[in-house]
Design a protein around this ligand. Sequence first.
Ligand code: DAK
Length: 260
Amino acid sequence: MENILLDTSSHPHIAIITINRPKQLNALNRATIEELSSALDDLNGNQDIRCVILTGSGEKAFVAGADIKEFAAFTVEEGRMLSAEGHQKLFNKVELMRKPVIAAVNGFALGGGLELAMSAHIRVASDNAVLGLPEVSLGVIPGYGGTQRLPRLVGSGKALELICTAGKMSAEDAKQWGLVNDVVSQEELLNTAIGMAQKIARQSPTAVAFALQAVRAGYAHEASGRQAEIEAFGKCFGTADFKEGTEAFLEKRKPSFEGK
Ligand code: DAK
């Protein structure tokens, strides 16, 4: 695998997946999504693994979002299809895992990066982490479950403030809002996640899997919400605002939106 590192041997029963594109701030391109998807399938079927930790390479970013260079030229249909595919290949797959997934958020978790962390069952963050959904600044909406999972975690008022202002949150604020469970220094982050994973690994794997299933059952109504997100996300790709938003990012300038 070229874009992720997988460690299943350093700690008994624990797998650590590291997204490894530090020069692009671990932005999620299609190849990375495919590799994550395949690693998660393997780990889900691996009886020896009882907890999975997901983190980013380097000191700056967990994941700075979907790879903007890759989706800048998408059409409405491509946007809709890829959003649906992303849900199925990665974001829902994380949430549907039979063993807990802990996101160790070691820096920027923006857009698809925060959406990935929110798909995980538990989140811990380093004190330099910055979390947010900046999609509307690019002329799109969160397309990988963010419109459904953020309100569930922080309440709809705070979620809509973050989404509609393209706002960002510090790790401490995220803790206050219940978006992350704990904030520690960057040096302590992985060990904190490993400590939590070790506690999980000492419990009954069957009972833990049933607990995940029972909690998830309460999210059932989100399926139609996610479908609405997919449709709306696709439509963004037909707007002039989307073209302007992504071009502005790639040209390193501020966008000027006309609402078309
Ligand atoms: N995509 C691609 N490259 C990225 C990136 C991203 N999301 N984020 C950073 N990079 C790249 C930068 O372009 C830069 O590359 P070079 O110019 O050096 O080649 C390198 O990483 C270092 O970034 P910066 O130079 O910008 O570093 P700074 O410390 O100055 O700033 C930053 C860090 C995180 C504040 C900044 O990089 C930034 O604002 N990044 C973008 C954050 C963002 O808007 N993320 C995307 C959110 S939208 C889809 C489904 C879902 C989505 C999209 C499509 N489909 C189904 C099609 C979701 C969309 C999103 O996630």
